[in-house]
Design a protein around this ligand. Structure first.
Ligand code: BGC
Length: 267
């Protein structure tokens, strides 16, 4: 077990990529805090926990809107009170609220920046405070703490009609690199995973019909849509000591989406 007894908070873990990451970390021995945003997603979070327990893992569910400072502080305080500390943060919670730019309302802009970018700031700050307080616990890891930022291929691929989302992911990249530089001397490792098209509710329209899926596959040299488990495996590695020398890096798990597939037969 690569993450035995480590305490991992996974934000936005009631569905999609977060759910798979929570399961993958739990199967490697981590106790997982399955964060969910609202009352109406509580049952989904509980189902994730039930699955994990059935597979021999352990954890709790916790409601917090990561864009709200007090919610985030309460989640970390409750985790530390119950489990003693936090070893791993997976900054995963993310939303899309798309619009042609000239029609994008400030509400849409703020909602996406609030969850995707401010949420990562707030959670990272609480995690780092705890990592600095505790330092290295060699019974668990050679690092003093690990943060995985869930970014996207859209931290480098511009995305028309999704300016708020792309801006949030570009921001995550610089947040991640800056924090990695600032806290590497304290043995805190901070990295990003950049998923491509992963089959989850967030991009339902992109795979729900054969036509949509075929069109999507023209953007993916590896010719399959990604599965949440593809990201879960990368997260286990980045959270474990097997990646101990990996610091401030983005790992693209995208079937080659960032390889400019349009140039295969053009240019
Ligand atoms: C978005 C998905 C999209 C994928 C590839 C992700 O970050 O959330 O909606 O399918 O990028 O474009």
């Amino acid at each position: 077990m690569k993450l035995q007894n480590q305490i991992a908070i996974i934000t936005g873990a009631s569905s999609g990529i977060g759910k798979a990451v929570a399961k993958s970390l739990a199967l490697e021995g981590a106790k997982v805090i399955i964060n969910y945003p609202f009352e109406k997603t509580k049952a989904d979070a509980q189902a994730v926990l039930d699955d994990i327990k059935q597979a021999g893992g352990d954890g709790i569910i916790f409601q917090a809107d990561v864009s709200k400072e007090t919610d985030v502080q309460n989640m970390f305080a409750a985790t530390i009170q119950q489990f003693g500390t936090v070893d791993i943060l997976v900054n995963n919670a993310g939303i899309q609220s798309d619009a042609p730019f000239e029609e994008m309302t400030l509400d849409k802009w703020n909602a996406v920046i609030g969850v995707n970018l401010t949420g990562q700031f707030l959670c990272a700050r609480e995690a780092i405070k705890e990592f600095l307080r505790r330092g290295i616990d060699e019974t668990k890891s050679v690092a003093a703490g690990k943060i995985i930022c869930m970014s996207s291929v859209h931290q480098i691929i511009p995305w028309a009609g999704h300016a708020n989302y792309a801006a949030s992911k570009g921001g995550i990249n610089m947040l991640m690199q800056t924090l990695a530089q600032e806290f590497a001397p304290k043995k805190i490792r901070i990295n990003s995973i950049c998923p491509g098209a992963i089959q989850t509710p967030i991009n339902h329209n992109a795979w729900a019909t054969p036509e949509a899926l075929n069109s999507l596959l023209t953007l993916i040299p590896y010719k399959r849509i990604g599965q949440p488990e593809d990201i879960g495996k990368a997260a286990v590695w980045l959270a474990s000591d097997e990646s101990d020398y990996v610091c401030g890096t983005s790992i693209y798990v995208d079937g080659g989406m960032t390889l400019f597939p349009g140039f295969t037969t053009n240019g």
